[in-house]
Design a protein around this ligand. Sequence first.
Ligand code: UT7
Length: 343
Amino acid sequence: MRTPIPSVYVQGLGSYAPSRILANEELASIVDTSDEWIITRSGIRERHIAAPDETGADMAAKAAQAALADAHISPEDIDLLIVATVSDDTPVPSVACRVHSKIGLKSGVPAFDITAACSGFIYLLQIANHMLRAGDYRRALVIATEKLSRITDWTDRSTCVLFGDAAGAAVLAKCDIPHAGILGNVLGADGTKGDLLAVNPRNAPAPVFPAALPSGTHTIAMNGREVFKNAVRVMSQACRSVLAKCATDPAQLALIIPHQANIRIIEAISDELKIPLSRFKINLDRYGNTSAASIPLALDEAYRAGEIKEGDLVLLVAFGGGFTWGASLIRWQKNPEKTTPAL
Ligand code: UT7
């Protein structure tokens, strides 16, 4: 008899955003911009900014604790930890190792960071999915955390109005039922377009806002128009690819959670795929672009607001610097034993 192929499902979700809110009006007092321009061109109204002494690892630990509570498990139940980030200032120890200690994982549980910019969470899902299904691990904690305020150039109005700080986490668990939870993933990258969105070293000390924020030695630089065009094309294509791979029709989707970069990008993808905008989760108005954290933050918000119910098909899609991209199709199941449809 053949052994059934196991599945990996989302057992718990959590997210965290710092309490300090920076509204468009306040930004207009430090760069030449306006609330009206930012809302019209991006859809963003405000973003959250971490405290000067609050690190990406601190935010990650809070999101992780919320995900563990949601999964009704304790840190001892986790046997793999992976973190996605582009904004940390300490390469070693990794953010994952610092979170390992902060939340008290068992000694010996492997922990490492990955870098895939705004596509980081989709990369995490794919890596953990394969590591769990290969059989060595039963439960993974994956976390995306970004303190983008640390690497923002607060004198560049074309970028500083876009970004915010946040973290999102998921507990992924293996179950022995086929075709549950994560149904399929696609990932991609194109290194030839790396210069269009990069975190570059600065020749002078980075300007900071508010003044008390620690400054980074690298800051974000972006060709917004080119990134915009590529984001629409590549995210639409990634959605089509993962739906084809899973033999799923767009009409079957309950919710699409796109990377939250710009409302006009999401509207263009909605037009391109002929899926009504009402089926796209949008929270960028309140958080801005939080890079890798944007998808788990929006997914957690949708889940806690009851916008996703057991058995729903949810499509996650991201695009970011690198370029990198990815999409995941998930059957939303907290109880796969009870709710996996018969084939
Ligand atoms: O997370 C990874 C993915 N990231 C993205 O997907 C971001 C993609 N890009 C975008 O979202 C948009 O390109 C932006 C929101 C960044 C910019 O919107 P846009 O419609 O592409 O504006 P633009 O760059 O073409 O600039 C239009 C005008 C320019 O002035 P001129 O040359 O027409 O006189 C800019 O200087 O708007 C000016 N501008 C601003 N004006 C007021 C640029 N930034 C601002 C600002 N406030 N903050």
